[in-house]
Ligand binder design. Structure first.
Ligand code: ADP
Ligand code: ZN
Ligand code: ZN
Length: 751
């Protein structure tokens, strides 16, 4: 008998390797990528596994046999299995965690009990099936049928009235006395097949969408021609200012790819997956679209997945995880708004979508298109010095001018006696817009009501008990909430430390801003968009639709309002406090600020009317602010890249974050130090001084406790990612390190 190498479907570090099993003759020809049932452990419990290799013999003796193949389970292709190995090694996840990216997770769940109503049954083509199992023995088809016929009257009855065309459950009930239990036995034995009424669940199919073809302008045409002139798989960066018509260019790329007989993946940040973008792409390509995102129901997900797999749709639109769509003939991957940090996964596998796309490019020879008005500094660097082709759309379509950006120094507002969070200029702008019936977007990067609740007498600030970080007051629930773990608490009326009653609220968030706006502009219709107000299913889409239809005057919110919306009647955009993203301790703080200002500014003046943008800040001379005012992406890039080079931050290095979490504060530091020491030794033995210098000392995290768990970490800022990855993989095989697995996080270039 031949031997199969099988990964067992369990998320467990100790099982993160393949196990050898015999392939019984009746399961030949066995194939790599199939899901099988195998006995495991001393109790021989039946679990499922994935065949990753087949060989003539094994070094181990006394192997167990594979029991059977799970039918209907999607078979993984060779390239998908190779991708899984690559994910495992590059992002330090378990092999099975990688595999689960490639199949919709709910396919793992055993079929739920069905009431049988819309179900159809048909007899299988019996001549194709070779063996059946009965009471632990295998029988050939004829023998097996004979067995059934002699001792199971009901099953025999069912079989006699089923043919190879589907018969509904209702009909079967009329002709026989069968129950779903009888039917299920026959299904299990592989004698009949069950099917649901063919109906691809697609939540968008009933909507009428249209997106007329725009004649390309000169720049769009150039971007299109350039793309077309590349035969070999290539990567492009489409840098187009906001409103330059990037979507139209993507759609043409897709059209071209389909014409060449290949399929496409079109990725956008989850938050941008709104009816606006869905409408555009469905309007153009009708039923040829599969949509994958986290709000689909389980059934919808499976249907989409199957439709993609069997090629009834050729274009997949989705968020990050859609990069794993089962397309064998991929011709194009688009990452729209490529600068967004949602393209980096924060759960295992902690992959970077662009890196995954590059790996797919090796298998499929597909093109990759990155697009943005504010490309990440790393992507632009690649476009200038690497293998990425830069395509530019420097103007808005029809040459509509970019909205003028004014910078307001909030310190001066204070000197002038204005104590509100709305500068005089913004105030006048809002009033004028209300009068003219034009719309305004206000962006504030903080949700909640007041940021701190503290005692004026002793300075005590209310912290979350789980996270050691200050809580935020939320007016609607009249409670404080922690933005890290969701913990809620009533505001103390008396300071727990000094018993004074001088409890004060300070700072400002979107909820407070909304209240203030309602007071200042009682005539205005106001919508708020942040994670608090968008919790209800459909709330997000509703808000966008309302604003789109002109049913509100002001849309205020967090980062959500900066995303790629195309509202024609918005002529004023206000950034309430640009500094809120500038002062975070992160080497990307300036980049984030530049991107947010530019993106939100880009929402103004997209129709026929001119737009205007007002940016309020306490740091009016910071380059991220002055250069976004000038729409000087290149200038910003030049400043930023020299800072990155000097500090050796990406793209001049990779950052490996190695962190530990534990409810025990002492244990977490011990684990982290132990890991560090072991790594240090291994690096010293295998690589030497140069790599050792790239390791930084372990320390407690700045927010040292989140969700009741203490956190320690260290980083490696390296130019030797590959060497480090292989050392980390080697280290992970050591027994002591394996035991730490569940508390360890390895994150390559984290957000
Ligand atoms: P971006 O994604 O670059 O911000 P969009 O793709 O949203 O820009 O395009 C902005 C607007 O211009 C959209 O309403 C789109 O329909 C329209 N548009 C795009 N290309 C053209 C064109 N060539 N002629 C006329 N209108 C266009
Ligand atoms: Zn106090
Ligand atoms: Zn908390």
């Amino acid at each position: 008998m031949r031997v199969a190498e099988i990964y067992i479907n369990q998320i467990n570090k100790n099982m993160d390797r393949s196990f050898d099993y015999y392939i019984p003759d009746f399961l030949e020809p066995m194939e790599i990528g199939l899901r099988v049932v195998i006995p495991f452990g001393v109790k021989n419990s039946k679990i499922d596994g994935l065949v990753v290799g087949i060989k003539e013999s094994s070094e181990y003796k006394r192997l167990k046999n594979i029991e059977g193949i799970i039918e209907d389970y999607p078979k993984l292709n060779d390239w998908q299995i190779k991708m899984c190995y690559w994910l495992q090694k590059s992002y330090h996840c378990l092999f099975m965690e990688a595999v689960n990216c490639f199949v919709p997770s709910n396919l793992h769940i055993k079929k739920k009990k069905e009431n049988g109503r819309n179900t159809y049954y048909m007899a299988n083509a019996l001549h194709e099936v070779k063996y059946y199992k009965l009471s632990g023995k295998y029988f050939k088809t004829e023998d097996y049928l004979a067995q059934i016929k002699s001792n199971a009257t009901k099953q025999r009855e069912i079989l006699s009235c089923l043919e190879e065309i589907p018969v509904s459950f209702k009909e079967l009930k009329e002709k026989t006395t069968c129950t779903t239990a009888n039917l299920n036995i026959l299904i299990k034995k592989g004698l009949i097949t069950e099917s649901k009424e063919i109906n691809i669940r697609n939540p968008y199919k009933d909507r009428e969408y249209q997106y007329p073809v725009n004649t390309l302008n000169r720049h769009q045409q150039e971007a299109f021609d350039s793309f077309n002139s590349y035969e070999k798989p290539s990567t492009f960066l489409l840098h187009g200012v906001t409103g330059s018509g990037k979507t139209e260019v993507y759609l043409r790329y897709i059209e071209e790819t389909i014409k060449r007989g290949k399929s496409c993946i079109y990725l956008v940040p989850e938050i941008s997956l709104t009816s606006q973008i869905i409408g555009r792409i469905m309007g153009r390509f009708k039923e040829n679209i599969g949509i994958i995102h986290s709000h689909l129901s389980d059934g919808e997900k499976i249907d989409q997945w199957n439709a993609i797999k069997n090629k009834s749709v050729r274009i997949v639109l989705g968020a990050r995880s859609a990069i794993f769509a089962p397309m064998d003939d991929l011709g194009l991957i688009i990452l729209d708004e490529e600068h967004e940090n949602t393209f980096k996964s924060n759960n295992r596998p902690r992959y970077n979508t662009y890196e995954v796309a590059k790996k797919l490019q090796e298998f499929h020879e597909c093109h990759i298109v990155l697009g943005s008005a504010t490309p990440s500094v790393s992507s632009y660097y690649e476009a200038l010095y690497g293998h990425v082709n830069l395509l530019e759309l420097p103007e808005r379509v029809k040459s509509i001018p970019m909205p003028e950006i004014h910078i307001i120094d909030m310190k001066e507002e204070l000197y002038a006696g204005n104590k509100t969070v709305i500068s005089r200029k913004l105030h006048n702008g809002i009033l004028q817009n209300l009068k003219r019936g034009e719309q305004t977007i206000l962006f504030l990067n903080k949700r909640g009501y007041s940021t701190f609740v503290f005692c004026r007498n002793c300075g005590y600030a209310v912290n979350c008990p789980n996270c050691e970080i200050s809580m935020t007051y939320h007016h609607n629930i009249k409670q404080m909430a922690c933005h890290y773990c969701g913990h809620k608490e009533h505001v103390p009326t008396i300071c727990p430390k000094c018993n004074s009653d001088k409890i004060k609220y300070t700072g400002s968030g979107t909820q407070k801003l909304e209240m203030q706006l309602r007071k200042y502009y009682p005539q205005a219709r106001i919508l708020r968009m942040d994670t608090d107000s968008m919790q209800r299913k459909g709330a997000y889409e509703e808000t966008i639709d309302l604003f789109q239809q002109g049913k509100a005057d002001i849309l205020l919110g967090t980062q959500m309002v900066t995303k790629g919306f195309d509202f024609k009647n918005v002529t004023l955009v206000g950034v309430i406090l640009a500094d809120s993203t500038l002062n975070i301790p992160d080497y990307k703080a300036s980049e984030r600020t530049f991107q947010l200002i530019t993106q939100v500014a880009g929402r103004a003046g997209r129709g026929d009317k001119l737009g205007e943008v007002i940016v309020q800040t306490y740091e009016p001379n910071h380059y991220a602010i002055t250069l976004s005012q000038a729409y000087d992406y290149k200038g910003f890039y030049d400043q930023e890249i020299s800072y990155r080079k000097m500090m050796k931050y990406p793209p001049f290095s990779d950052i490996i974050y190695i962190g530990f979490t534990n409810e025990d504060e002492v244990q977490v530091s011990r684990d982290c130090l132990k890991y560090y020491d072991k790594l240090y030794k291994l690096v010293k033995e295998e690589e030497g001084e140069e790599l050792l210098r790239e390791m930084y000392q372990p320390t407690a995290s700045p927010i040292k406790k989140i969700n009741k768990k203490y956190r320690w970490y260290f980083i490696i800022k390296t130019n030797h990612l590959l060497q480090y990855n292989s050392i980390l993989n080697k280290l992970s095989e050591e027994k002591e390190i394996m035991e730490l697995h569940s508390t360890l996080i390895i994150d390559i270039n984290p957000n």
